[in-house]
Design a protein around this ligand. Sequence first.
Ligand code: ADP
Length: 271
Amino acid sequence: MIILKIGGSILTEKDSAEPKVDYANLNRIAEEIRQSLYSDEMSNDLIDGLVIVHGAGSFGHPPAKKYRIGEPFDMEDYLSKKIGFSEVQNEVKKLNSIICQSLIEHGIPAVAIPPSAFITSHNKRIYDCNLELIKTYIGEGFVPVLFGDVVLDDEVKIAVISGDQILQYIAKFLKSDRIVLGTDVDGVYTKNPKTHDDAVHIDKVSSIEDIKFLESTTNVDVTGGMVGKVKELLDLAEYGISSEIIDANEKGAISKALQGMEVRGTKISKE
Ligand code: ADP
């Protein structure tokens, strides 16, 4: 079973103040996923189980920022926070609907599983989440699609749960064989490659020591950026689940990675 995470930086115009889908990337990636899943006759399953997780990009981040979701607040502001929760949830659902539409049009039996409908957190980390239904969908050959979302938290009341955290949690409990994480850079560098010409590519990360020297991402969003991703993936590596971070802007990279072919990127693995 493979989990494919597609970043908000790929599927949306991430820095846009208005929610904007990158349709060229979305439709190309949907086609790459279809080719990786099925033979031409649409008969054989080439991959034994796929779950897709996507980020919130320019749909989720502006309202999350506007309502400061995740920051401490006084109970007198709770109603406004709840409106913020609803707004974020509604926006990420819209993005999810557009993504599922494209997947379906490309012949992929996508089924949306909104995290806010079945996950709660404790201090911004997932702690209650029943994955039985997802397992059943996978068993039937559906492709569950989850996404970064808002959830109820028993400590801070309202939390944003990133696609990266969801990926980490479900990979562990569904015992995923492999993780492919598509973002807008071809892996982890010694510095942010978007802002530093002297950034050096890191082929493999095996422990937190390997990324200790990294400056914290300058492209930080409410969910943590590149360092946050690597930490989630290192946690999985401890469980023996390997992952790779690849550039999903690169044509064919996702389809190659899904089929187990070599793609330039960063591997996160214990071995
Ligand atoms: P996504 O929306 O795809 O989940 P993010 O925007 O959260 O992705 O994170 C990817 C971004 O992290 C890249 O666009 C890059 O600018 C930034 N980044 C910061 N530091 C690094 C680093 N050391 N190596 C690679 N990318 C980095």
